[in-house]
Design a binder for this molecule. Structure first.
Ligand code: HPA
Ligand code: ZN
Length: 339
């Protein structure tokens, strides 16, 4: 079996995907018409051409603009449903998705409209596609602590639908310590915590996110290699890293996929996982990310499967569900002659 076919049928788990980042240009246009929102582009092709980024900020500017077309509950449903159909195509069996409440609250959209639409699609995803899921809300780190506290308060009536809180947007200039109090409060409410750290920012952001924000996973984290003490600590604690290879190349965290350190991190024994981040903007969904690794870096099928096992370990589901997913992956390895 060639590696591409192995990847296609490998059961996969996604832990780092911003639902607003799965808005494909075609849907952006459809929603702009449906909701009478004007776009600074004339066609989906023109939008795609604008997706050349120099860094994280140049992407975020376009990404927040795109999200303006999302208004009604059905828009959030349609967006999430389209992503779940792509998960099905890529044999993603479980996904834990991010959303950015502040991007929508700022435009006068109700928290309940956003969560309602996403959650209804996730429920249908479980029922009709057999894909399990969790939902994580992210605080935008370029906004202030007060806004994060307000967002936390607004989330509480929907707590049963949200497993945790995260931290995204511009890492440079907005370190984890800015959100220590709101993360403390989130933990008190029973939310799990994760944070983007060590994407564009230094390794010290990872250390501070671990110590001050009590996170259960590091989103990105690829710059951990700049601190060997930290790397050893991550190996020993099995602290998961949700790495996004295509995103990192698109946003110039690495010059090319050949330079990416994901396989090196895996070989060191870190709990590394593969994720798509903002698939509509960065050139692909889960299988595209796995294929990009396989094409540019030397990796065995066993190592590719290890990314899936790591993601099960890092997921926010109970032990019974973890065992079920691990069995699915193992069965696949036996069936395809890898073990
Ligand atoms: N980094 C920070 N913020 C984000 C990202 C990312 O990769 N994607 C969407 N928001
Ligand atoms: Zn991200």
């Amino acid at each position: 079996m060639d590696q591409q076919s192995f990847i296609q049928n490998l059961p996969k788990i996604e832990l780092h995907m911003h639902i607003e980042g799965s808005l494909e240009p075609e849907m952006m246009f459809e929603l702009s018409k449906r909701n009478n929102i004007s776009l600074p582009f004339h066609s989906p092709e023109e939008v795609r051409k604008a997706y050349e980024f120099d860094d994280l900020q140049s992407f975020l500017d376009i990404y927040y603009q795109g999200a303006n077309v999302l208004i009604h509950e059905k828009d959030f449903y349609d967006l999430t449903w389209a992503y779940l159909l792509r998960c099905k195509q890529d044999n993603v069996i479980h996904t834990e998705i991010f959303f950015d409440p502040q991007t929508h609250l700022e435009r006068g959209i109700d928290f309940g409209v956003v969560v309602g639409g996403i959650d209804r699609a996730l429920t249908d995803g479980k029922k009709k596609l057999g894909i399990s899921s969790q939902l994580i809300m992210c605080f935008l780190r370029h906004l202030d602590e007060e806004s994060a506290f307000e967002t936390l308060a607004q989330s509480l009536p929907y707590k049963d639908k949200i497993i945790g809180v995260g931290l995204d947007s511009s890492e440079l200039g907005h370190p984890p310590e800015k959100f220590q109090r709101v993360f403390d409060e989130s933990l008190k409410h029973g939310y799990k915590t994760v944070a983007h750290a060590g994407e564009e920012g230094p390794a010290s952001n990872i250390t501070n996110a671990l110590v001050l924000l009590n996170i259960s996973r590091i989103d990105h984290g690829v710059r951990c290699v700049e601190d060997s003490v930290l790397v050893n600590q991550l190996i020993e604690s099995r602290m998961p890293l949700t790495v996004c290879p295509l995103s990192n190349v698109k946003l110039k965290v690495f010059e090319s996929m050949e330079q990416h350190n994901i396989v090196e991190l895996l070989k060191k024994g870190l709990c590394v996982t593969v994720n798509s981040d903002d698939p509509a903007y960065f050139g692909g969904y889960m299988n595209d990310n796995f294929n990009a690794i396989a094409r540019s870096l030397y990796v065995t099928n066993e190592q590719l499967a290890q990314f899936s096992f790591n993601a099960v370990e890092a997921s926010f589901v109970d032990d019974i569900h973890k065992t079920e997913m691990k069995t699915q992956i193992t069965d696949y390895l036996v069936q395809s002659g890898v073990i």
